[in-house]
Ligand binder design. Structure first.
Ligand code: SF4
Ligand code: SF4
Length: 385
């Protein structure tokens, strides 16, 4: 394993300090982070070793392990010394992508970042097709008369499976009479995975472009499907001295039902278990609203899965992992599928495009294609209103 001497040592330590991760100095190598990290369910991942190396300014340039962290947030909540482990991982990654160039050993991440940089989405799709998901629906472009901006972001705009989530969202909003609009080709990737994979310059560019578009369009309130957009807009975009109201769809649906703006007319006679997405639950404390929506549906029996709320098992897609290859037998979502089936549920519900993507894939990998359905909560609600 190659490490760089002297000057880079200082660079690493300074970089981590600048990223707000200076508490890494207090790590006393207890190893608690490793015992709670989901990677250690599927392979060895010595989290504390990397924290210790960072402490001495050492970057394992040749190791791919530093790209493994899914930034799930589980280890920081158990660390007795308050070490900001995610910030340490992110800072080290920043040093590994100088000038935004991802190492050639990560070809899928490299092409994803190139595509986002050139056309604003991870697949290099035509930005003019970004709104195609809405072509048969009543969805208008945001203008000065619009109350709420719906920001589906990349997966629900382009991916055939996840378009069903943006379409369900639009159908529900229309049923509830919400005055909403979208930005279509003017919308850019939120940049969440860009920042988590160390490309700070590109993140800042995306954030500034999105913010400028919102200001120019008169946006005040933003509704999102993805907990990753939610986290980024709510907690990171304020770094640019802006303060938009940001709401996740699970919170908004709960509000609409409670205010009587959305009437549930049908039963959903199924057993359902709910998977807490890391960036909705652990990172932002939204646990009750998605469950609240499901509990309002007559006939639906909600069963808790093991590893729930703050101990939810990460699907494995955060921290930019969604754009990197993961060995089939090392996917956390495989374990999640088994846990869901063990509850006796017929449906595994969640509230995150990345989770839906990972769980759908793992259902096939684990040969459970016919044993359980994966649904975003919007897809369930759409069926009963
Ligand atoms: S849990 Fe915290 S103190 Fe313990 S080894 Fe991990 S980072 Fe260090
Ligand atoms: S944030 Fe999650 S994936 Fe990353 S090291 Fe901690 S427990 Fe492991």
């Amino acid at each position: 394993m190659e490490t760089l001497p002297l000057e880079p040592f200082k660079m690493v330590i300074d970089g981590i300090n600048e990223s707000g991760g200076e508490a890494f100095k207090f790590c006393y190598q207890c190893g608690k982070c490793e015992t709670v990290c989901p990677w250690n369910n599927v392979r060895y991942f010595p989290v504390r070793k990397y924290i210790n190396q960072a402490k001495y300014g050492v970057v394992p340039f040749e190791s791919e392990d530093v790209w493994l962290c899914a930034t799930c947030g589980r280890c920081p909540q158990y660390c007795p010394r308050g070490v900001e482990i995610i910030e340490v991982m992110r800072s080290v990654r920043r040093l590994l992508v100088p000038d935004g160039v991802v190492p050639a050993s990560l070809p899928s991440l490299r092409s994803t970042m190139t595509n986002i940089a050139s056309v604003g989405n991870p697949w290099g799709q035509d930005p003019n097709e970004r709104m195609n998901w809405a072509k048969d629906l009543e969805v208008k472009e945001f203008d000065e008369t619009t109350e709420i901006l719906y920001f589906p972001c990349c997966y629900p705009s382009y991916d055939p499976r996840l378009k069903k989530v943006s379409q369900a969202t639009a159908n529900i909003l229309n049923k509830a009479g919400v005055n909403f609009g979208v930005l279509g080709s003017k919308e850019m990737c939120c940049g969440e995975s860009v920042r988590k994979t160390g490309n700070e310059a590109l993140f800042k560019r995306l954030a500034k472009e999105n913010i400028k578009t919102w200001i120019d369009s008169g946006v005040k309130k933003i509704l999102v499907s993805s907990p990753h957009c939610f986290h980024t807009f709510k907690n990171e975009y304020p770094e640019f001295s802006v303060n938009f109201e940001v709401i996740h769809i699970s919170q908004f649906l709960f509000e609409l039902i409670n205010e009587g703006r959305l009437t549930i007319k049908k039963e959903y006679a199924r057993k359902v278990t709910y998977h807490d997405p890391c960036y909705l639950g652990r990172h932002n404390g939204v646990y009750d609203e998605p469950r609240g929506v499901l509990q309002k549906i007559p006939g639906l029996e909600l069963i808790e899965i093991t590893d729930n709320h703050k101990d939810s098992l990460c699907c494995g897609m955060g921290g930019g992992r969604v754009w990197m290859e993961t060995e089939k037998n090392e996917r956390f979502a495989n374990i999640r599928i088994e846990q869901a089936i063990a509850t006796g549920a017929q449906v595994l519900a969640t509230a995150c495009p990345y989770c839906v993507f990972a769980l759908e894939d793992s259902k096939l990998v684990t040969n459970h294609a016919d044993d359980i359905e994966i649904k975003d909560i919007t897809e369930i609600l759409q069926e009963v209103i």
